[in-house]
Design a protein around this ligand. Structure first.
Ligand code: COA
Length: 257
């Protein structure tokens, strides 16, 4: 029972480790997960995060149906909009996040997935917003992001019927980037992570923030924000390094400065 956190070569790996409950999240695991995301956001050494689940059965079976879904927080807690922030609720993490989906990705597992950037899954993975079968709906961004990320009819099928789709169908609808044999899952995720970590960190984070904010802003505002971010990036050492390395036909060494 834990949320495991490893770090190597710019990449933080977060593992939901509660396989006996199919990596379902109770209050304690949600709190630990919140700490892990804050660490990814705040530690300058971390350039990329990978999120996965322990074992080969489940990525995350969602909120704990036995202890969490029926718990009623006090009304006063509703006002604490910044308490225990999550990747999919309230937290702004501009470092890229790669999901390695090793099995069931249901309910809160899906809402977490929808807040990640690149996604690989095992051939046996399945994806479903099962909440409506349990008397609730997918909160933590689920109702919002599924409609943004999938075609309307597919999104409504997931949201309102709640059946799971298999990996091949998830790939067809662009919910995941790649489906791989289970034995290759972490290597495939690490391949994405190391390619992301090799790019200029300030540029990657600016690109992710601009893409995310474009959903809430009109085009003119988005274009202006691009101009401003680009001008600021031109002051960075990494722009000098990136352009010089290209001219000198060598691999750039980006420092995030
Ligand atoms: N909350 C609490 N416990 C959960 C859970 C969840 N979301 N998902 C699985 N578990 C528990 C099971 O109750 C079972 O506990 P037990 O051994 O004490 O009986 C254990 O994890 C193993 O689950 P089991 O159902 O036996 O495994 P399975 O491989 O046959 O099926 C799932 C796995 C994930 C398909 C199935 O457990 C399931 O449908 N879970 C609910 C998913 C869900 O609806 N999430 C949305 C929450 S709003």
């Amino acid at each position: 029972m834990s949320i495991d956190f490893d770090f190597a070569e710019g990449v933080a790996t977060i593992r939901i480790n509660r396989p006996e409950r199919r990596n379902a999240l109770d209050a304690e695991h949600y709190a630990w997960l919140s700490e892990a995301w804050c660490r990814v956001r705040d530690d300058p050494k971390i350039r990329v995060a990978v999120i996965t689940g322990a074992g080969d059965k489940s990525f995350c079976a969602g909120a704990d149906l036995k202890s969490f879904v029926n718990a009623r927080p006090s009304l006063a807690e509703l006002a604490l909009t910044q308490a225990n922030p999550l990747l999919n609720r309230g937290l702004e993490v501009w470092k890229p996040v790669v999901a390695a989906v090793n099995g069931f990705c249901l309910g809160g597992g899906m809402t977490l997935l929808l807040a990640t950037d690149l996604r690989v899954c095992s051939e046996h993975a399945s994806f479903g917003l099962t909440e409506v079968k349990r008397g609730v709906f997918p909160a933590n961004g689920g109702t919002q992001r599924v409609a943004q990320q999938l075609p309307h009819a597919i999104a409504m099928e997931m949201l309102l019927i709640g059946d799971a789709m298999d990996a091949a169908r998830a790939e067809r609808w662009g919910l995941v980037n790649r489906v791989v044999p289970h034995a290759q899952l972490l290597d495939a995720a690490m391949d994405y992570a190391s390619r992301l970590a090799a790019n200029a960190p300030l540029a990657v984070q600016a690109a992710k923030e601009l893409a995310a904010r474009s959903r809430d802003a009109d085009l003119a505002t988005g274009l202006r924000m691009e101009q401003l971010f680009l001008r600021i990036l031109q002051e960075s050492e990494d722009v000098v390094e990136g352009t010089q390395a290209f001219a000198e036909k060598r691999t750039p060494s980006f420092q995030g400065r």
